[in-house]
Write a protein that binds this ligand. Structure first.
Ligand code: SAM
Ligand code: SF4
Length: 368
């Protein structure tokens, strides 16, 4: 496949082939006249990561530099543009939408975004990933009323000093205690199963692994440890800072013997475990570096400034914003851009390849 072929010169039959012949039923719904998001490696896209802002109230060392330059405000998609894009994805077979960022809770119209995506026919689940600093009970109740079903938090440390060192928060109001209160509130409100992500970095927070696992046991949430990926805006990642899944699991075992459960579904990012003496407590390991799960990927990302990124590590991105902003562009055109971008989704991230190149965009500007 020639990655440089622009959409405009692709013959219509190429589009038909990639979209799949005939109509396709997606949970009782017929995806847009048989046009389904499928890539050239045979993977079908069901999950949209919708980044609604590149702004954030933290500056995590693995994501965003303190002097980060945000995209111009007028380059960010408006709520109607975000929803127009989401609707097109759903017509093409997307079922799950995860609202993310940057930090989605700093978006002034978050409730409208949630309400909008939750009301799209065919969406079976709306989830959101947050650092939890603004997850008050009142806010979470409003998100739930708008249609949010599940919350995933990020918490890399239970120790306030390590939390502050990692998050580089300028505000004393942002703390591990606040995030933990948010997690408990989300569980009480039924925004679950609540999952909590921790990025593990050598020399920074490996010691936190058993502590976070014990916290998961005592509160009752799913704790997921993520291998540090080369997506930090400072480009400080190097393999010596990686704590592998195997090492993570050894440290988790300090909190109890683990029983493996594999992946919930093939496309899950996370391998799950439970404790032998606490079978209801789930531990996940997300190991994109040492146990790549690209083969079953079902995800597509839309950045807050309207670029489609078929892969976290894409070096190519596809502009959707111009089409979304042009009142004259048809829904068919927006779908075609999406179909074309997905078709070109790379086979794998290639982090371990000698010619690996870190994308220019950091995680915060992609949408995790
Ligand atoms: N601001 C929200 C948060 O932190 O949960 C949502 C966006 S954040 C980009 C989404 C997820 O990406 C978080 O769980 C974060 O820990 C993870 N992440 C960010 N940079 C990462 C990196 N370099 N390696 C691995 N995970 C990373
Ligand atoms: Fe902000 Fe999330 Fe990135 Fe941390 S990981 S800087 S909270 S976007």
């Amino acid at each position: 496949m020639d990655r440089a072929i622009p959409l405009a010169i692709l013959p219509p039959e190429a589009m038909t082939t990639r979209a799949g012949a005939g109509s396709r039923t997606v949970r009782g719904r017929t995806a847009s006249l048989g046009r389904v998001l499928i890539d050239s490696h045979g993977r079908t896209i069901r999950d949209l990561r919708l980044s609604i802002t590149d702004r954030c109230n933290l500056r995590c060392i693995y994501c965003m530099e303190p002097d980060v330059r945000f995209a111009r405000a007028d380059s960010l998609l408006t709520v109607p543009e975000l929803l127009r894009a989401a609707r097109a994805c759903v017509r093409l077979g997307v079922e799950h939408i995860r609202v993310t960022g940057g930090e989605p809770t700093v978006h002034p119209e978050l409730v409208s975004v949630i309400r909008g995506v939750a009301s799209i026919e065919g969406v079976t689940e709306v989830a959101m990933t947050t650092n939890g600093c603004l997850a008050t009970v009142d806010a979470m109740r409003a998100w739930k009323e708008a249609g949010l079903r599940r919350l995933t938090f990020s918490l890399d440390s239970v120790s306030e000093s390590t939390f502050a060192a990692i998050s580089r928060s300028a505000s004393p109001g942002n703390s591990a205690a606040k995030v933990i209160a948010g997690i408990e509130g989300a569980i009480a409100l039924g925004l679950g199963p609540v999952k909590v992500n921790a990025v593990v970095i050598r020399g920074v927070n490996e010691d936190e692994i058993p502590k976070l696992a014990r916290l998961a046991r005592s509160i009752g949430f799913e704790m997921r440890f993520i291998e540090f990926m080369p997506l930090d805006s400072g480009h400080h990642w190097d393999p010596s800072k990686l704590v592998s899944a195997s090492e993570i699991l050894t440290r988790v075992s300090e909190a109890g013997d683990l029983v493996p459960h594999g992946r919930d579904v093939a496309s899950s990012t996370s391998e799950t475990f439970t404790f032998r003496d606490a079978p209801d407590v789930r531990i996940g390991v997300i190991a994109p570096v040492t146990r790549s799960f690209c083969g079953a990927c079902s995800r597509l990302r839309l950045t807050a400034d309207g670029k489609i990124r078929p892969c976290l590590f894409s070096l190519d991105e596809f502009d959707l914003r111009d089409a979304l902003r042009d009142p004259g562009s048809s829904e068919r055109l927006i779908e075609d851009i999406l179909l074309d971008a997905v078709w070109r989704k790379q086979k794998g991230h290639g982090i371990s390849a000698p010619d690996f190149r870190q994308p220019d965009r950091p995680m915060s500007a992609i949408g995790g």
